[in-house]
Design a protein around this ligand. Structure first.
Ligand SMILES: [Zn+2]
Ligand SMILES: [Zn+2]
Ligand SMILES: [Zn+2]
Length: 249
């Protein structure tokens, strides 16, 4: 599988309009440190394309038929792009949790075919299986366990830690190839709904060979400083996501 990180930011994206914090200032200097809200594609060995969250308009990044779209939750930074994408010329299945579902998208989905799903249910898309996991967030939120040919990826945002049932599910599969984990905030920052960098890395290294930190806010360390911190602590086991990053599993 190929994992394509189209958007790796928190709700606000980086740089934030008119913000002069170190992270946003750096992002005006170096384009590669800019971040769009969460949008991720997984491309299977047979070419299936599955989109996880649509935090941005995807047309410039992924202009191809989608075999399915999965939403982690209905916070706006994970669904903006759907308002446009629903005009897609190809009927496309949209799987999502029930909590706080967006009425406009459910009542007028145009060419999307929404289906509310339950955690722990496995859905097959070609040769890829996708299982919804429970996460800890303000509203009902799913992580996803994605597997093809015995190779597993855990997508774990938005969350603070993991519920016990999700730990148990992932412990049975461990070590999986890749964990992609919510690392919204800088080391030492406490928030009830999102991890900081250390919390995120510690989740990943318990279950996966490699961890990629994503859903990164402008309140986090500037990109270059963050990369230095993460590499210094965890070497190549933990990486910092960036928009446009591609990872082969
Ligand atoms: Zn979010
Ligand atoms: Zn800022
Ligand atoms: Zn959220």
């Amino acid at each position: 599988m190929i994992v394509y990180f189209i958007g790796t930011g928190g709700s606000e994206g980086i740089p934030v309009h008119l913000c002069s914090c170190p992270t946003c200032s750096e992002a005006r200097k170096f384009g590669f440190t800019q971040r769009k809200p969460s949008t991720l594609a997984v491309i299977g060995e047979n070419g299936e394309i599955i989109l996880f969250d649509v935090g941005t308009d995807i047309r410039e990044h992924l202009n191809a038929p989608l075999n399915a779209i999965f939403l982690t939750h209905w916070h706006h930074d994970h669904i903006y792009g759907i308002y446009k994408l629903r005009w897609t010329a190809m009927e496309t299945k949209l799987y999502a949790p029930k909590g706080h579902a967006d009425a406009l998208i459910l009542n007028d989905p145009k060419n999307l075919k929404p289906e509310i799903i339950e955690p722990w249910k496995e859905i097959r898309i070609g040769r890829i299986s996708v299982t919804a996991l429970k996460l800890n967030h303000q509203i009902e939120t799913f992580g996803y366990y994605i597997e093809e040919d015995g190779k597993g990826i855990a997508l774990l945002y938005d969350t603070k830690g993991l519920p016990q049932e999700t730990w148990e599910f992932l412990a049975e599969k461990a070590p999986i190839r890749l964990a992609i984990v919510d690392a919204t905030y800088p080391p030492g920052f406490e928030d009830p709904y999102h991890n900081n960098v250390d919390e995120a890395a510690n989740i990943g290294i318990k279950i996966a060979e490699r961890t990629i930190l994503s859903h990164i806010s402008h309140k986090n360390l500037p990109f270059l400083q963050l990369v230095r911190y993460v590499k210094g602590r965890w070497g190549n086991k933990v990486l910092v996501a960036y928009d446009g990053m591609v990872f082969y599993v």
